[in-house]
Design a protein around this ligand. Structure first.
Ligand code: NAD
Ligand code: LMR
Length: 308
């Protein structure tokens, strides 16, 4: 199993590290445009192999896509992150050109690849990848919901004063400060609805804290987060590599599911060796349907900027 990670910055390096540490891939190639950065990060990570007990071979390259040839999976993390006070949508001007170029180069060298898009604004970058890569739809996955759901579980566990392993929950919708839809109605502690333990006001607070999870970290760090994003990507990569058919909310091209089409937005999917094995349609209540439709409107507005 060969995995390429484009972008050797904060998220790319974290992602390569988590993939290697789980030891399911034979090879990880990291590519960046900044001279020496990918080579340096790859060498540094390889020097953790004997300490962390993995055999995955990590190599780095400055812009040489021939080194990525024959990749089964490629992760796109290249592009600029936001600074405190910015929205993800503001990154479109620079990141669209980068994602277009990177996706085209990746597919040229690995026509059978499964792409995982991470660069922001992620739903729009995933939509763009569909336009430029010429891949079957099940082979392009946007990573956002896996991360947002992990943050939702963190906030739920905090409110419940429970271990995170007791908690389950999912975030669908757009990967944006206003578009995320944490499904509090369906969240549980050991199969018991969390509403049995938390007041409506506390649940609303959990929802709001989850939606601004990325912005909160950006304010603290001065740039956006990388550990949880890297871990979320590695979970998707592992689900593909190990054909787990695990359910994650991912940004997926919808063709009528959830009443939406010609859009990439977060919805539950099964991830396995073919990429998106199935889009799972769950029953939403009227309020959730309304929120999802508003979220889709927001994503469409950002998608329209691709034409500008
Ligand atoms: N979808 C998500 O959940 C999620 C989570 C975290 C970050 N992100 C996004 O991921 C992106 C990367 O974040 P980061 O913190 O790693 O940023 P970073 O600045 O640390 O790293 C980005 C790297 O991309 C490289 N790069 C730029 N143009 C390139 C090109 N054409 N080809 C190859 N490499 C190129 C840069 O040299 C840099 O090393 C940002 O857009 C950020 O918003 C998304
Ligand atoms: O918040 C960001 O800009 C980065 C990423 O989308 C995140 O959610 O951490």
């Amino acid at each position: 199993m060969k995995v390429t990670v484009v972008g050797a910055g904060a998220v790319g390096a974290s992602c390569a590290e988590y993939i290697a540490i789980k030891d399911f891939a034979s090879e990880v190639v990291v590519l960046d445009i900044k001279e020496g950065l990918a080579e340096g990060k790859a060498m540094d990570l390889m020097q953790t192999a004997s300490l962390n007990g993995f055999d995955t071979k990590i190599t780095g390259t400055t812009g040489d896509y021939s080194k990525t040839a024959g990749s089964d999976i490629a992760v796109i993390t290249s592009g600029i992150p936001r600074k405190p006070g910015m929205t993800r949508e503001e990154l479109i001007g620079i990141n669209a050109g980068i994602v277009k170029d990177v996706a085209t180069n990746l597919v040229k060298h690995s026509p059978d690849v499964i792409l995982i898009v991470v660069s922001n604004p992620m739903d729009t970058m995933t939509y763009l990848a569909h336009k430029v890569a010429g891949l079957p739809e099940h082979r392009i996955i946007g990573m956002g919901g896996a991360l947002d759901s992990a943050r939702f579980k963190y906030r739920l566990a905090e409110a419940l004063e429970a271990p995170i392993s007791d908690v389950d929950g999912m975030v669908i919708g757009g990967h944006s400060d206003t578009g995320m839809l944490p499904l509090t109605r369906l969240a549980t502690r050991n199969s018991v609805p969390v509403s049995e333990f938390l007041s409506a006001e506390r649940l609303e607070q959990v929802k709001e804290d989850t939606k601004v999870g990325g912005a909160t970290l950006t304010k603290l760090l001065g740039t956006s987060a990388w550990y949880a994003p890297g871990a979320a990507v590695s979970a998707l990569v592992q689900a593909i590599a190990c054909d787990q058919k695990k359910m994650f909310p991912c940004s997926v091209k919808l063709n009528g599911e959830y009443g939406l089409e010609d859009i990439c937005i977060g919805a539950p999917v099964l991830i396995g060796r073919n990429g998106i094995e199935k889009i799972v349609e769950i029953e939403l209540d009227e309020q959730e349907k309304q929120k999802l439709s508003e979220s889709a409107e927001g994503v469409r507005k950002t998608n329209a900027l691709l034409e500008a």
